[in-house]
Structures are given as structure tokens and as C-alpha cells.
Design a protein around this ligand. Sequence first.
Ligand SMILES: [Zn+2]
Ligand SMILES: [Zn+2]
Length: 198
Amino acid sequence: MVDSHETIGHLFRQRRRQKKWTQADVAQQIGSKQSQISSFENGNEHALAREKVTALAKLLHISEERLLARPINDKPACGFCTNRHCPTSFPYVRGEVVVFRPTFLKSNRPYCRWCGEPMRYDCSECQAPIEEGLNCTACGAEYLDHVHVDNLDAGNDPETWARQQRKDNAALTTTRRPSEPGQNQPKQPESKEAANHT
Ligand SMILES: [Zn+2]
Ligand SMILES: [Zn+2]
């Protein structure tokens, strides 16, 4: 067991008490439930969605540096980077849209170690923990990000764009290896999908 004084939940509780707010007070302000705040403060880092943690941090004047300084969770969880332009994001063309498939990473940091954008560890629809696959196993929401080809700024064929992007990403993720001990490196995407559309 980790000392509860080391968890981020403890820091949030401490700050909330300093401001003389109840759990219900802050829950109302960020639009969540008192039970979720309680669970979060007690060390269940997945009780709140990332956006809620950010909102709560803002409310309690807990800086991003402070959030970054400590793991969001003791144990690495399955998550992905929310930035579609991150090298871990795998673009391919599906009909009229470019689809960005996230690469699943085991991590416990709030921000992507490749690009610095927020990581997502829970479904944006139902807050269920993320598992590998294209959809949330609890509610079926798709993890894929879609962009219509017209909005791509591609300047050329979207298939060419996606292929080039995958190549650049692969080059980036093999040459740049951010160090986070004990973490798996992101898997290289396969280009099966691309072959179907040429
Ligand atoms: Zn990223
Ligand atoms: Zn869901």
C-alpha cells in the first residue's frame, strides 16, 4: 500500500478543506457527484474523468506542474493520447473521412509522453476504464477520431496524406524514445487498412 499522503487525492482533499468546501460543494461546481469526489480523494484516480480532474485542480488552484509532478495513478492503466496529431495516433482513410486510431499505452501520467497532450484513461461517454479495442466495452462509444477529408489541409490525396503521416509517425516513434522506466513502448501500427483503399 502506498502512503495516502502521497496520493494526489490527498492533495485535493487538503486544498478543499483549506477552502472550507465540502465534497458536495466542489462536486456541484465541476458537475460531478459527491461520491465521485470522495472516491477520488480516497485514492481512486479513475473516479473522475480527466476533464473533471483538470476543472477541480483549477478550482482548488492546484497547478499543472503539481499534477505532472506525481503519477495520476499508482498503477499504470490502459489509455491513449487525445491528440490526433500525436505520433501515437494512426491515421487511415475510411470512405470520406480520415480516421485516427489511438495507440493504447500503459501509463499513469496525465499527459502523453510523446507530445504532452492530455491522456485519456476513461471513456468520454460513460467514464468506464479504457480497454484495448476500437470501442468502449461498457457503452460502445468509438475511441476513433474522425476528420472529413475536406478539413484536412492535405493539399493532396488523403490516402497519400495518411500514408505519409504514418511514415513520419513511425520514424518519430522509433528514433525518439522518451524515457519512462517500466513502460512499454508504443506498438508500431500495421498498415493493413491502407492496403484496402489503394
Ligand atoms: Zn500524444
Ligand atoms: Zn463508454
